[in-house]
Structure formats: structure tokens, C-alpha cells
Design a protein around this ligand. Sequence first.
Ligand code: PLP
Length: 351
Amino acid sequence: MQRAAPQEFTRVLSSMCTEPHPVAREAAERFLATNPGDPATYQQIADLERRAVETLGEITRLDAPHGYIASGGTESNIQAVRAARNLARRDDPNVVAPESIHFSFQKAAEVLGVELRIAPVGDDYRANLDAIAEHTDEDTVLVAGVAGSTEYGRVDPIPDLADVAHDHDALMHVDAAWGGFALPFTDYAWDFADAPVDTMAIDPHKLGQAAVPAGGLLAREKRVVDALAVDTPYLESTSQATLTGTRSGAGVASAEAAMRELWPGGYRTQFEVSMSDAAWLADQLADRGFEVVEPTLPLVAVDVPESLFSALRERGWRISRTATGELRVVCMPHVTREQLSAFVADVDALR
Ligand code: PLP
């Protein structure tokens, strides 16, 4: 019996994951039983992982990239903190980040015994350089910025943050877990070629349209990945830099397949469609008198009354809110103009 196509995404407006591209879905299934955690044994998936990392390097304009396909942005962020801590060897290490940073940094700090110093953002929801500099000192091992923030889709002033980090002999990490596949097509076209950034998170399983789990950790220098490696006596491979041990080849293969299919033309086209949908939605909501945070990447945040938010959820819309209460709509590839029109019609009916 043929199974019905999954309906998971029909009213999902706040997720940062999406329906995988058909080629990604197919590749995931084919490599489901492989373990890139043991590349000497599973050589074909290891080759695909090398290719995936090379393409991530092209997307972010990093020559000779080091890194691997992680389980997601959380793992990449934890690993960036871990590498910085291991390399710096400070007695009392700290990480400095803007308050817009993803909550995975709280996990990193807790697991790794590193102090997380959160600096306020400016009115534009981006990292404030003075605030970041004030929080940074001789025990800072990492400064983190975000390129595509989870709540507002904002991009921090990365080159300036990198200067602050390096003035303090700390590493600079960019969390582009969500925004990484959109940045090449924007005015915020920040990438490794523009700033001396050390590490970056960029997730194929978000805007890259790969199947979950497929995150990306990139490093400019091999020594950073080496700082994560432990010996692996019982495997054919002799060392492992990943946080997870056995991991799914499905994510790796789907990331490689999605990027081979979509980079650059497919991602550009999708970005243009999603961005125009986000701008349309922002206009529609503003026309109705709601306060909208203008999208700079395909993410719209809008201030709606609590009662309307709850009524929309009851109608089946899968929506979430920022820490200060705005409703977020993330225009992921599965979100169509038709869906957004139906959403706006429900806003009209329920307000
Ligand atoms: N970083 C950013 C900017 C995110 O938006 C997210 C998740 O949405 C993450 C990190 C965490 O990624 P994951 O849930 O894949 O671990």
C-alpha cells in the first residue's frame, strides 16, 4: 500500500527545519545504515562527507575548509566553544556573545564549565560592539556572533566582532546555522573571505534542505579541529573529532546530495521566493496596523495580542514567539504564498 505524503508541514510557520529536497530524502534512505563516525570502515560515506565540507567551504568562501557534518547547530556551537577552550587553556575561561545568541550556548557553557557572558544587543537587534568589548577580557576564549538570528533573522557585524576577539587572543565563531544558506544572496553577504573568522556553524538541515540530522561545523585551521580529536582505540579509524560517536550517514549523504543539487542556483531561487514572501507578509500585517520587525532574511516577527496568537494556534497554525512576545513566521522552503495568504485570512477572521 502506498503511504500518504507527510502532512507535517502544511501549517508550520515557525520551524527552522523544512521538508527535505527529494534528492536529499533519497540519499538519506540509501545511506541510513552507514556510520561516518568510523570513516576507515565506511569509506563511501566518508568521501561524501569530505565533499559536503568542501561545498560548505564554497558557500562560505573558505578555501581548504576543515570540519564535518554535525548533528545540528547545537553540536557545532558546543564544539566551537570546546575547541576554543581546549586551545586557550585558561584557568577561568569565558565566552562572550550577544543576547540574540541561540540557547545552545547555554548548554555549551554548562557542559564545558565555561562562563557565558551575554552582552545586550542594540535597537536593531544586532550585537552591540561596545557591549561585546566591555564583556571581553584576558580570559575570553571565544567571541560568538550570529548571522541569521533565531528570533529576528538579524546578522551581527561579524568583521568587527572578529577584531574584538582577536585583540583579546580569543577565537571568533559565527553561528550561521540558520542563515548560512541565505547569506551568499544578500547585502549581508558576510563570509570567511570578508573576516578573519575561526569557526562557523552552518546547517544543511535548515535552509540547506537536507534531512535531519545534518549540521555543519567549519574551521579555518586544522589545529582547531585537531583540538577536538580523541583517540579511538577500538575503531578502524584512529581518532574522532565529532561530539557524537556513531552517527547517521543519512544526514551526511542528504547534505551532500542537497548541496550538489541546489548550490548555487536552487538556493538562490528559493531565497528570492522566500524573501519576497516574507516582504509580502510583513506588508500585509503592517497594513492591518500590526507592528512588524522588517525582515532582512526570510523571517518576519510581528507584535500580535496574546488572544490572537492563541486563536491562531487553535486553528492549527504552528507558530511560536520571541522572548519579548512577537509572533515569528520563518519563510522556510515549505512555506508558500498560498499558505501565507490563508494565514492572513485567519488573522483577519480572528482579530
Ligand atoms: N543556531 C541558530 C541560529 C538556530 O536558529 C538554531 C536552531 O534553530 C540552532 C543554532 C540550533 O540548531 P539545532 O536545533 O539544529 O541544534
